[in-house]
Design a protein around this ligand. Structure first.
Ligand SMILES: NC(=O)c1ccc[n+]([C@@H]2O[C@H](COP(=O)([O-])OP(=O)(O)OC[C@H]3O[C@@H](n4cnc5c(N)ncnc54)[C@H](O)[C@@H]3O)[C@@H](O)[C@H]2O)c1
Length: 323
């Protein structure tokens, strides 16, 4: 069975491709390589193309006749989205609209969508359940919320079933060290902290005056392999006729930026040089998620949730020679 994986040359998509192949699926990666890497596409063909190109998506659907679609392709940086909102709306909403148009023209398929905790905005309750109001405070989160809404509408009109997975902060790397996080430039905390440990350079901490115990932002880190496992379960759920839903992927446990730096110092056995910088626009102080719905509906349980094992996998991968 083939699965069309948009954004499969990126960080999370590539880990999901590996997990799909391990279960006997053939991932067909559809990616424009704007932010991904050709060398991580190892478990099936790469079809280069933009999700905004309806004719190209349609041709790829006709050629491969996939059983389902997993949609990772998007821009995914909060700060960048605040600086360049239209860039985000064009790619994440406009691009996804075109992709969905091609899919509806072809014939609706089960659809797994990469959503985010950024759709919640500043939480009113911690940990955040799925029925918490979605009031995003940055264009990135808003763009993802709009796509969730589009998917709900497509279910009503065309019966296209989907699972939106609202990830909290993806971290770690393939435990076998074959792939990992390779963004350029990198903006995610753990790889930046580890690069600082490796190079002896400072890492910027954006804001130490938040209303949190140590003044730095608190996030819920979730291992990329656990995210990949949830995609396999969501696919199985949809293939068995499961109804559309939106589910958090989280550990219900948050760590501050300073705690992440401390954990990285222990894992790497090096001290890390921290520079306090001003706050970044669009960052809520605390994001911690409740994932009981994913446990109940999919039977999902994170297996590599300890922060130090997430950091250790990322560190092992970072210290290996890269292609
Ligand atoms: N990394 C996280 O912590 C996190 C958290 C929540 C949600 N997400 C979501 O998960 C998905 C994957 O995130 P990631 O960290 O792997 O990002 P990534 O940037 O590593 O991967 C995204 C991939 O999509 C491709 N892409 C972007 N726009 C495209 C387009 N118009 N056409 C074709 N391909 C395109 C890029 O080239 C890249 O390979 C994104 O949708 C992101 O919003 C990520």
């Amino acid at each position: 069975m083939k699965i069309l994986v948009t954004g499969g040359a990126g960080y999370i998509g590539s880990h999901v491709c590996k997990a799909l192949a391990a279960k006997g699926f053939e991932p067909v990666v559809y990616d424009n390589l704007s932010r991904g890497n050709r060398w991580v596409v190892k478990w099936g063909p790469l079809e280069e193309g933009d999700i905004a190109d309806v004719a190209r998506v349609r041709a790829v659907l006709d050629r491969h006749r996939p059983t389902a679609v997993m949609h990772f392709a998007a821009f995914a940086y909060v700060g960048e989205s605040v600086r360049e909102p239209l860039f985000y709306y064009r790619n994440n909403i406009g691009g996804t609209t075109a992709l969905l148009q091609a899919l509806i023209d072809y014939g609706p398929l089960p659809f797994v969508f990469s959503s985010t905790c950024s759709t919640y905005g500043i939480p009113q309750t911690i940990p955040i359940p799925e029925d918490h109001p979605q009031n995003p405070i940055n264009p990135y989160g808003f763009s993802k919320m709009v796509v969730e809404r589009m998917l709900a509408d497509l279910d009503l009109t065309y019966g296209m079933r989907s699972v939106s997975l609202r990830y909290f902060n993806a971290a770690g790397a393939d435990p076998e060290g074959e792939i990992g996080e390779a963004h350029n430039p990198e903006t995610h905390l753990i790889p930046l902290v580890l690069a600082a440990a490796r190079d002896g350079t400072p890492v910027d901490v954006f804001g130490a005056d938040y209303d949190t115990p140590d003044g730095t932002c608190i996030r819920d880190y979730i291992h990329v392999s656990d995210i990949a496992g949830a995609h396999l379960l969501a696919l199985d759920y949809l293939l068995k006729g499961g109804a559309s839903c939106a589910l958090n992927l989280a550990n219900a446990r948050g760590y501050s930026v300073k705690e992440v730096v401390g954990a990285a110092e222990r894992v790497c056995n090096r001290s890390i040089w921290v520079k306090i910088a001003s706050r970044r626009d669009g960052d809520p102080p605390i994001l911690i998620g409740l994932a009981e719905r994913a446990q109940a509906l999919l039977g999902w349980r994170p297996a590599r949730s300890a922060l130090e094992s997430q950091i250790a996998d990322a560190w092992n991968w970072m210290m290996k020679d890269r292609k």
